[in-house]
Write a protein that binds this ligand. Sequence first.
Ligand SMILES: *Cc1c(COP(=O)(O)O)cnc(C)c1O
Length: 454
Amino acid sequence: MSEPMRYLLDDDEVPTTWYNVVADLPAPPPPALHPGTLEPAGPDDFAPLFPMDLIMQEVTQDRFVEIPGEVMDVYRLWRATPLHRARRLEAALGTPARIYYKYEGTSPAGSHKPNTAVPQAYYNAKAGVRKLTTETGAGQWGTALSFACQMFGLECEVWQVRASYDQKPYRRAMMQAFGATVHPSPSDATEYGRSLLAADPDNPGSLGIAISEAVAVAAPDPEVRYALGSVLNHVLMHQTVIGEEALLQMAKAGDTPDLIIGCTGGGSNFAGLTFPFLREKLAGNISPVIRAVEPAACPSLTRGVYAYDFGDTAGMTPLMKMHTLGHDFIPDPIHAGGLRYHGMSPLISHIYELGLIEAEAMNQTDCFAAGVQFARTEGIVPAPEPTHALAATIAEALACKETGEEKVILTALCGHGMLDMAAYDKYFEGEMVDYDYPSEQVADALSRIPQVPA
Ligand SMILES: *Cc1c(COP(=O)(O)O)cnc(C)c1O
């Protein structure tokens, strides 16, 4: 094994721009709509929630956006992240495929989330904001934002989905270590939370509910703003540092991907890795197949409808056209908490409709099997979310064994699982179950999405 296993970048090679894929798409994505007028939402509709710099990034047509020096200074704590060649996994599978993974678990939060938390905290601090509110499901986003707020002297208040708050005390403690205040959601800190608790004191919460609570606290207070960890255009753009680095690192490895695979919750780590490669594909320079992998229990891309819907459960956000299972659909409690969101990023949904990417759904027991095989060969315990991408990667590599194809596969290992060992424990104890596609609950939730005339 004297061959290279890991490709790094020198500090002066780290990309200093974000990439906006909208500039290169054959058709523009549909606009967000004001939920009352159903007219396209303008900057003012977002102003109660986000600072103007981020709103402008949300709608920019510029192909590249300069990363501010203050943000680069924080990125430099862990960027560039390494690109690995999974030689031991390849050997264990006996595959002729060459497998690469871009590893984001080296960040302060252990995932890709700080790539956007840092610029979001920076632009809010620059606009004079005192405090950021947010939701967190698995705890990764709350951890990332807590860290980022500390870097720029902001307060941070987090609504953590109740089920995860109870199951993951270490995530909560990590947010507290980074100075955040953490509530279980539904909480008694908002009217909406109190109304849900009155109806059911044991409400386990959901991402959509936690978003409603965080938004309700931010919107009326001019010193408080809200931050979203996925889904929105500016979030996906911030994540493209992953793919820009990976393009340079694949060049160092002397390989070109034939297939790029990422897991999708709201779509940000997938977009972050794949959009720069999609740019090169649209320019005719490379021709990889790009594939999103989602949980079978929450399959917004493969089984949702493409329609305007709310981003939160209470129905307070602008309407976004996306693949959705219905804004009040609450997925079964799979262990990949970061993938339990009812919708898919509008930008990824649009790109999927354009036929530029493909998607598939996976069951969690297959994903954990892949995660364990990966840990035993590559030495990194993956977070439950990217085990979806790893399961698809391993299936492809095994198919290559049949055909003899030397396919080059690139995948996003978007976080480590060291605070997710309770989930692995369930898997080892044989207690992990797969959930059937919840067709009845989805049909029910879809009956309540807003009616928007074409
Ligand atoms: C949040 C999270 C996800 C899901 O979010 P995306 O926006 O789809 O990337 C996936 N993996 C990890 C490790 C996460 O923290």
